[in-house]
Design a protein around this ligand. Sequence first.
Ligand code: DAH
Length: 350
Amino acid sequence: MNELDSLVVAAQAEFSGARTPADLENAKALFLGKAGKITELMKGLAALPVDQKKTRGASINEAKQAIEVALVERRQALADAELAVQLKAEALDVSLPGRRVPTGGLHPVSLTLERIEGIFGSMGFEVAQGPEIETDWFNFTALNTPEDHPARSMHDTFYVKGGSSDAPLLLRTHTSPMQIRHAVQHVKRYRASLDADMGMPEIRVIAPGRTYRVDSDATHSPMFHQCEGLWIGEAVSFKDLKVVFTDFCRTFFESEDLVLRFRPSFFPFTEPSAEVDIQFQSGPLSGRWLEVAGSGQVHPNVVRNMGLDPEKYIGFAFGMGPDRLTMLRYGVNDLRLFFDGDLRFLSQFQ
Ligand code: DAH
């Protein structure tokens, strides 16, 4: 082995021995640096006669190139090793199942409200919303409820501060005040037409929302939901109530053979009044009569409080319980489950 070959072998050995990039750069300096062995040999060329210079120069260059190749290879090897260490340290176990971000969903009662709005919407009913803190005028008086009616007692109704003795404030006990609120707005909008004896478009509205009573057990909650319905026109009859409500119930429960019963009852704001019972012809509740709503023909005093002439305008109203409809639809037997906020229960409706 000539001197140049040994130099290449020595460089290769030195480079392989370098454990870090810094070691490698030091090793490089020994051979290729300013005072390195190759550089020294190049300088020695100057002293040679011209004819030897060429062959000697070519040989030194060859050795230099071999050393450079060894350097590049070692550099790459060190870089690869470093990357391998880093990859190992930062390794992700892609076989682990991902963490799912749970998606929310609508509350079962909200699902029912959406359904109710959809069905009545398809029958041409508007959807109205109103305040949960009401005056006793809208909640009781305008609805023909006498001063001494038991529903007005502190025992049944949550009164709130801020009202006056002649205008007490309360948490609405039903959605019926929306009959008056909505009708008054409607009448106001068509005042000019009414004054000119040209009539007005019919009032056809539902008003879903939260209601409150001093009541709490498996089937009553101090906060619950109601949905009011009102249809007023010049020739709206009890028959229309039966058609509309029957259609609603059959669509809501997806049961064409569902039977309805209008059972005579009493409400101050309707005359005549009826409780609406439904009966399934199949399924777990088959054959039982289940009460789902109060209803009736709107009392003339109430029509008057809407700003309309009861001799000319007539119609029906109903009030139903979306909570109860939800219980019946899904077979839930305790109302409180809806409001406990337990995800084990609520997530079953997603
Ligand atoms: N507001 C009544 C209640 O809470 C339900 C009701 C009955 C509403 C008859 C009506 C109706 O609109 O016509 O018990």
